[in-house]
Design a binder for this molecule. Structure first.
Ligand code: HEC
Ligand code: HEC
Length: 271
């Protein structure tokens, strides 16, 4: 190699090293945006626990009591009377149990763990058996059977803005409440889960009870929530439907720094 060639290589290597931090930053930003996109995807589409073998030696009618005794009684008590590890389920009802199990919020691993949306831990058959068993602990709201496909979407939208939007946001992506609590996104909410949430009032959500809405109103609400779960995004990237404030934030936190870094990188390269 001639001295000139060696010199050129040396300079090129030095350039590459100098560019590394900028490149790494751009890569990190892209990675962050990618992760955010992934997180925004529908957890309900993740594979449920189906395909697991049924418990050997459990008679069908005994499935509910068996699973309850194995997975729930340690916290909620043998007859749903509650314990220091978990609240009483007497009067929780079908709706609350359906909600807790379909959204994967139960069973908790630890009593002080926060219930969170997760893929359900049980098959549909196991969920039905458990719900049936919990419903026997006392009179709680039954799971409403809503004919949501016939619901009136515009009327549901009106009810939603009046009763739900303040917590779950106008677009249904959820929002912050007081005391660091959050109203979750409604993007994963299946029709039965919406109905169950409305009549049972899980966690910090108010209970509207079985009488809060008529059957028709509930159907309208559920059909509206199904509609906002699958909006048609006309024109451009929906930015995870974060709404106007977050769109601005997104621009400042991600897009502007990315553009600055890219500009700096190009400037260095051409020097
Ligand atoms: C490690 C303890 C623990 C286990 C195990 C557990 N739970 Fe829970 N469960 C709780 C706690 C604590 C709460 C209250 C959560 C909250 O609102 O913050 C709760 C809440 C619930 C609720 C909501 C009740 C209401 O009225 O809002 C239902 C329904 C429920 N659990 C059902 C079950 C079922 C069914 C199982 C078994 C598959 C189960 N849980 C397993 C601790 C547990
Ligand atoms: C005061 C605030 C508040 C209001 C008003 C409210 N919610 Fe909620 N909602 C919550 C909170 C908090 C949770 C999470 C509860 C838990 O811990 O499981 C929740 C959970 C839900 C879920 C479960 C989401 C999922 O799939 O994981 C649905 C569906 C839902 N709400 C629908 C509604 C509808 C429909 C209305 C109006 C009729 C409404 N909510 C009104 C606070 C609220």
């Amino acid at each position: 190699l001639s001295t000139a060639q060696r010199g050129r290589r040396h300079r090129a290597a030095k350039h590459a090293v100098r560019d590394l931090p900028a490149l790494a930053a751009v890569a990190a930003l892209l990675l962050g945006a990618g992760l955010a996109l992934l997180r925004g995807s529908d957890p309900a589409s993740a594979a449920p626990s189906a395909g697991r073998q049924p418990e050997p030696g459990v008679v069908p009618g005994e499935l509910g009591p068996f699973l309850y005794g194995r997975d729930c009684a340690g916290c909620h008590g043998d007859d749903g009377e509650g314990s220091p590890r978990g609240i009483a389920l007497i009067g929780a009802g079908e709706a609350a149990a359906h909600y807790a199990l379909v959204t994967g919020r139960m069973p908790l691993r630890e009593p002080d763990e926060e219930p969170r949306r997760a893929p359900p831990r049980y098959t549909d058959e196991e969920i039905d058996a458990l719900v049936d068993h919990v419903a026997r602990f006392g009179d709680g709201p039954p799971l409403p059977d809503v004919d949501w496909r016939r619901g009136d979407v515009p009327n549901g939208g009106e009810l939603y803005r009046l009763h739900c939007g303040a917590c779950h946001s106008a677009t249904g992506i959820g929002g912050a409440l007081v005391y660091s609590q959050r109203a979750p996104s409604l993007m994963p909410a299946e029709p039965s889960v919406v109905a169950a949430a409305v009549v049972s009032g899980p966690g910090a959500m108010p209970s509207f009870g079985p009488q809060g809405f008529t059957d028709d109103e509930l159907a309208d609400l559920v059909s509206y929530v199904q509609e906002i779960r699958t909006p048609v995004d006309r024109g451009g990237w929906p930015l995870f439907r974060a709404g106007r404030v977050d769109e601005g934030l997104f621009a400042w936190l991600l897009a502007v720094p990315a553009a600055l870094l890219a500009a700096a990188w190009v400037a260095r390269r051409s020097r």
